[in-house]
Design a protein around this ligand. Structure first.
Ligand code: ZN
Length: 156
């Protein structure tokens, strides 16, 4: 498979996720609620997170929001990848994703679906679209237990 074909394949996965997201909605119950906004493109996202009883493992992540295909596909893929992860693992994955956007890392086999976003690193103006949901998750996990009126995190 040539590099160009591979890039097409990645684009197809991103478009498919955008059109038919698997993790849109709101978790029940909501243990974390965080909004994120990417002013450079206009993407907005609202993440809800359901944690286990101890509060150290992610049971479910869902998202709502409006934005470009890259932002929405990234949110859907992230939500999927986060299920069952400890909060420490989740924060590590946030870091890895950011490194991947700088061209310095990729995900191991069991999380390889996330590597479809790798191509975005070649388009610096779109990197913020891809990382928005990850920034937002990080803010959600680092916030207090009580869902409370929250502002937007911005990645500007
Ligand atoms: Zn965008």
């Amino acid at each position: 498979m040539t590099l160009a074909n591979l890039r097409d394949l990645y684009q197809q996965v991103i478009l498919e996720r955008y059109k038919k997201p698997k993790h849109r909605g709101v978790t029940a119950p909501v243990h974390r609620l965080q909004r994120g906004h990417n002013p450079s493109c206009g993407d907005t996202i609202e993440l809800t997170v359901q944690l286990n009883e101890a509060g150290d493992r992610i049971e479910d992540v869902k998202f709502e929001g409006e934005g470009c295909a890259i932002a929405m596909a990234s949110a859907d893929l992230m939500a999927e990848a986060m299920r069952g992860k400890s909060t420490d693992e989740a924060l590590e994955m946030v870091q890895r994703f950011q490194s991947m956007m700088q061209g310095n890392a990729e995900f191991p086999t069991e999380q390889r679906k996330l590597n479809v976003m790798q191509g975005v690193s070649q388009f610096p103006v779109r990197i913020k679209c891809a990382t928005l949901t990850w920034h937002t998750l990080k803010a959600a996990l680092e916030s207090s237990n009580e869902p409370q009126p929250v502002g937007f995190v911005s990645n500007e």
